[in-house]
Design a protein around this ligand. Structure first.
Ligand SMILES: [Zn+2]
Length: 416
């Protein structure tokens, strides 16, 4: 019974995020162990039970437009150092890799991803692409042994000033060794310049910006391909990108450029603004969202009877106006999360409950005059993908629920 409760807790914790758990009783204990570190009880309580589904045929190839890829972005790892958004406990990384395996997801390589996006390669419906940014030595010492053990391919985004093997950086020899065992390499700039430096260059005029693009992006393609072979990908440091960068990238031989905006990638993804889930070491909600293949597109809830390859959600989208809107990308300062129920007849406002991912059930304020419900986050939210779950009852006692997601773009304000 306790085991069952734990399993239910696990499903609850993942809520709409849960990828199907195997039904075979033997791996059950493992699944519980795998899921428990990622539990988020309050949110779980609101989200409701998700029926586990069979994983049969999960590796069957589907037509290209039915595949969705969750691209994961990692940074630094340690067995002992305090975790942060950039630094993940090695044991948590292992648990995430176990989760991917147990959920029946297919880990693809970057070449396979590019052949799917630009060629004719077909993939299973639910794929994961693992990327690791910057070139931290811990990728070699901590993550690589686990990736190798699981047989997962992975893609390294390297910046050329962090490649000496001294201090916390990996050496070209370490990287070449990993290339023998599943690693591929892309560019992550020369110096990892942040938005302030890019904006300072752009303020000096288009020539200064073009010079910086040449120095920071263009120069890395021949440099890295000299060390590691052909380079076809670029990853914007901090996710910061401009139209001028996008214009010049293809000329350097770049086929695909990657951001930090979360969402499932489809075959029609803009190749120079490819979404990725940046997986934090101190907050597992992003990993959970990445594993959520019930959501067809960046928070859009799949409609009942959706096309094969999309998994229907058990929770419908809201039947009333909400802010931020369904699927909307907003800056960090998006104001209160609000729900306008003014056009809904017969709502028992004493039964309205709101849960927000990362916060659990929140003390949302009901304004009975305007028939609206509001909650203002007490802290600035940096999680890139937020989901909101609402439950309420009609005055006749009928229970209802709705869920939607929105995204936070930390650069939305500065890019305008
Ligand atoms: Zn980086």
């Amino acid at each position: 019974m306790q085991l069952l409760l734990l399993l239910v807790g696990c499903g609850l914790a993942f809520g709409q995020d849960v990828a199907p758990l195997p039904l075979n009783p033997d791996p059950l204990a493992e699944d519980v162990a795998t899921c428990s570190p990622f539990m988020d009880d309050d949110f779980a309580e609101e989200v409701g039970v998700v029926e586990p589904e069979q994983n049969t045929n999960s590796r069957m190839l589907v037509s290209r437009d039915q595949t969705r890829v969750a691209i994961l972005g990692y940074h630094n790892f340690s067995k002992t150092a305090p975790v942060s958004d950039m630094l993940m406990r090695t044991s948590d990384f292992r648990k995430q890799m176990e989760y991917i395996r147990d959920a029946g997801l297919t880990v693809i390589s970057m070449p396979e991803f590019l052949e799917w996006r630009f060629g004719t390669r077909e993939l299973p419906a639910r794929c994961v692409l693992i990327t690791l940014d910057d070139g931290w030595k811990s990728v070699y010492t901590e993550a690589y042994p686990i990736l190798h053990e699981f047989g997962y391919p992975f893609h390294l985004f390297l910046y050329t000033q962090f490649l000496s093997g001294r201090g916390d950086s990996m050496s070209p020899e370490m990287i070449r060794e990993m290339q023998q065992n599943g690693a591929t390499v892309g560019s992550h700039s020369t110096s990892h310049a942040y938005p302030s430096a890019w904006k300072a260059a752009a303020a000096k005029g288009p020539e200064a910006e073009a010079d910086m693009i040449e120095r920071e992006i263009g120069a890395t393609f021949p440099r890295l391909s000299g060390l590691f072979g052909s380079i076809e990908t670029y990853c914007y440091p901090g996710g910061y990108h401009t139209p001028a960068m996008e214009e010049r990238l293809p000329g350097y031989g770049c086929k695909a450029a990657f951001t930090v905006i979360p969402g499932k990638v489809t075959v029609s993804e803009n190749p120079l603004q490819i979404r990725r889930y940046m997986v934090f070491g101190n907050n597992h909600s992003i990993f959970r969202r990445a594993m959520d293949f019930r959501i067809a597109q960046l928070g859009t809830v799949a409609a009942p009877g959706a096309a094969p390859g999309t998994l229907p959600s058990s929770t419908p989208p809201p039947p009333f106006p909400v802010h931020p809107g369904v699927n909307e990308t907003v800056p960090c300062e998006f104001g209160p999360i609000s729900i306008d129920m003014s056009r809904m007849a017969g709502v028992d406002f004493s039964t309205v409950h709101v849960a927000v991912s990362g916060f659990g059930r929140v003390p949302a304020r009901v304004d009975r005059n305007t028939r609206s419900v509001q909650w203002t986050p007490p802290v600035r939210i940096y999680m890139p993908n937020i989901s909101v779950h609402v439950t309420w009852k009609s005055t006749d006692g009928t229970a209802h629920k709705a869920e939607w997601s929105f995204c936070i773009d930390p650069y939305a304000a500065v890019q305008q």
